[in-house]
Design a protein around this ligand. Structure first.
Ligand SMILES: [Zn+2]
Length: 400
């Protein structure tokens, strides 16, 4: 499958300039099925300073990948959000509350099960609509919150006839290959004078919230926004920044992702149209982040080298981006791997490097030592192995 994917050079998603400079090349190993790309270049726009992934597959390829893997469907939690997600939805609501009225028509694009909309419902808002490509999310939203969620991809928004006072989109823009076309569709949903609310990871702060090396350059994220570049993007689309704020999004007990929240209003037409300013924060922040990543990666690779040298049969826990990077960038592929384990059912039954990907329950059928290949969930997985699965053989960790 990977051979049939053509990789496309991109223009800057913020200012559309073709001038760009490579600052890092990210490599992933690939799963037997359902893999999307072997890597990409992280580049900086020479005209506006925004960062983005270059030489990536088309939006259609990404859509197919998300359809297959659909890890955003909350399969394992019956549609309910965990406490960490609930926290960022609450921060979004608090950010917006002073600026919106309770009778405004609000749409959330890519709303999953509608947990953000529910924050507004709890606060007395009545005109709430969600859009999400997943049919199971639509059903869960109705069941959990009694909120109207319609099944729609971003492209299908062109068929929506309703118009809204506020269109929200959080955690989506960083995934989109074609930011331009998507924003045009989003704008078409607005009533005259309607506003946009966007939330994206803050790439200019990655170095302040370091987790695993290069983890923010994930397979799914292809745009690396910062407060200034998000404002620049909206400026070009005719919106001024009404409010912009950096917040922390907790992903787990040891993991925080920096996020930018922005509210944008259309230009009144009075005064000069502000100009796009070159953003210096992205380059400075990302270069520091890449430097940190290389340093930590060296330490991790030394640990893996010791495991490889021992020739012990190894079960690698988790097959996400973290493992795919290690297989490509460390000596892990030379270890005596006997199996992989992952709790995501979409991976189970597939193979990686010709080794089976098992469910956690199947782990006792294999003899070996375990390597936990995750920074975010390292403690949690270790606890699960010891307490629930009663694992007694050695467990190797890379971070603690
Ligand atoms: Zn640019």
């Amino acid at each position: 499958m990977k051979n049939s994917i053509s990789l496309l050079p991109r223009v800057c998603p913020v200012c559309l300039s073709g001038a760009k400079a490579n600052i890092h090349s990210q490599h992933f190993d690939s799963l037997s099925k359902g893999s999307l790309l072997e890597g990409y270049d992280v580049v900086l726009c020479g005209a506006c300073g925004a960062a983005f992934a270059d030489n990536i597959p088309t939006q259609e390829e990404f859509d197919r990948y998300y359809g297959q893997m659909s890890k955003y469907e909350y399969d394992f939690s019956d549609g309910k959000v965990n406490g960490y997600d609930a926290d960022i939805f609450k921060k979004s609501a608090e950010f917006l509350l002073p600026h919106i009225k309770r009778d405004e028509a609000i749409a959330d694009i890519g709303c999953a099960t509608g947990a953000l909309l529910n924050e507004f419902k709890k606060r007395g808002f009545t005109n709430l609509t969600g859009f999400d490509p997943s049919s199971s999310c639509c059903k869960s939203g109705q069941r959990l919150y009694g909120i109207d969620i319609r099944q729609s991809t971003i492209n299908q928004l062109s068929m929506v006839s309703d118009r809204f006072d506020l269109v929200m989109m959080t955690g989506v823009l960083e995934h989109l290959c074609d930011v331009e076309a998507s924003l045009v569709l989003l704008k078409s949903l607005l009533k005259p004078g309607g506003r946009m609310y966007l939330g994206v990871p803050d790439a200019s702060s990655y170095h302040r919230y370091f987790g695993a090396p290069f983890q923010y350059f994930s397979m799914e994220h292809v745009n690396f926004f910062a407060p200034n570049t998000l404002s620049n993007l909206m400026l070009r689309h005719g919106f001024q920044t009404a409010k912009i704020q950096r917040v922390e999004r907790h992903l787990g007990p040891k993991s925080i992702e920096p996020v930018v929240l922005g509210l944008f209003s259309p230009f009144s037409g009075k005064g000069d149209h502000p100009k796009v300013d070159y953003d210096l924060e992205t380059e400075e922040g990302l270069k520091e982040y890449i430097h940190q990543s290389k340093e930590i990666e060296e330490k991790i690779n030394a640990k893996i080298q010791t495991i490889v040298a021992s020739r012990t049969p190894l079960i690698v826990w988790a097959v996400g981006t973290h493992t795919l990077r290690l297989l490509k960038n460390s000596s892990l592929s030379e270890a005596k791997i006997v199996a992989f384990v992952d709790s995501n059912r979409n991976y189970q039954g597939k193979t990686l490097h010709e080794h089976p990907i098992l469910s956690p329950e199947e782990i006792h059928s294999i003899k070996g030592e375990i390597l936990i290949s995750s920074q975010v969930s390292e403690d949690e997985i270790k606890e699960h192995l010891l307490a629930s699965l009663k694992w007694t053989s050695p467990i190797h960790t890379l971070y603690s």
